[in-house]
Design a protein around this ligand. Sequence first.
Ligand code: SF4
Length: 386
Amino acid sequence: MAVDQAELSAFQWPTPTSAYVHVPFCRHRCGYCNFSVLADRDDLMESYLDAVDAELSALESPAVQTVFIGGGTPTHLPIDALDRLLQIVTNRLQLSDDFEWSVEANPEDITDEKLDCLVAHGINRISLGMQSFHDAKLAGLERGHSGAGGAAVIRQVAEVIRNVSIDLIFAAPGETATQWRDDLQMALSLPIQHLSTYALTFEKGTSFWSRRLRGELSAADESVEIDMYQAARQMTADAGLQQYEVSSFAKPAARCRHNLAYWDGLGWYAAGPGAARFVDGRREVNHRSTTTYLKRMRGGLSPVAESDAITVQQYARERAAFGVRQIDGVDLDRIHRETGIDIRGMCADMIQRSTDEQLLEEADGLIRLTQRGVLFADTVAGRFLD
Ligand code: SF4
């Protein structure tokens, strides 16, 4: 497929409008978690804050529309450290008038004092790692809160930060379809604006991975997992939450703008151990080990562990792959206009094959997953990258 060289040379990478800050600290490492986290190293918090301040100050006050403080568990920071982190963000970034500022939190960390701190700094979206309302399932996942305690926290938070999102895990070991429906029913009866839901995965390097190898845990059957996913889609729709991405459901006007910026390839800054950024056509990831990250920052060295320049063609393909996971579909003509890369032409055979397989369809000029295609979203998205 011919690519217009004049258009390519004129290509301007989007200026990032989002920023991500990774907080690596947790009370305990949950058995299924393979994120860049540290438990029992709260002594590193002050040097972590110094490092994040240095990383963000190097950006020279960029204007951003969305900020996401994730982890790890940002709310595991004691109140003084949490206050300092949020002040660093405010000092180093220029938030637009209609900014979205999300903070991830675990229910057991929410106190009136921390909630006041979040509100005082302007946090207007909170993402709670609920995972379940069943005490036995929560214990199995090694979470630190109870079902009733988590529900109470959702109500408490929603009183002061209206935009509450929660995460739920399904297909946990031994979980039944009825238990999962109970979880959904409970979640949808609470004042949430957004729900993200993920099937449990067994990641190499986690204790769940080892326990599965030893036969102590087993993964749910694929058919059970699909039934649970379909239950989530049906019950959220009935409750007025629209599915807008494979794993994301939102009330009107409550779609996560930060995640949309990722999926639309708009570029984003990042700071903290293991944090990934996309700036000026370059994907970079900081060192995942917090101690290595801190050592490098203290020594005045770059925290970046991996750095790859991507071509405009890769960029266009990635936009198509992430775009198609959005339920409204992906506008390939817009990608063509903005990048000069004609994905529709380059991927014509694959689009036709996926359409014949009833995985993709065209509607209002967008290419989107069919109802069946949503179940095979990873496969279809991967085909845009081949
Ligand atoms: S609280 Fe979240 S980030 Fe921390 S270990 Fe558990 S799953 Fe991982």
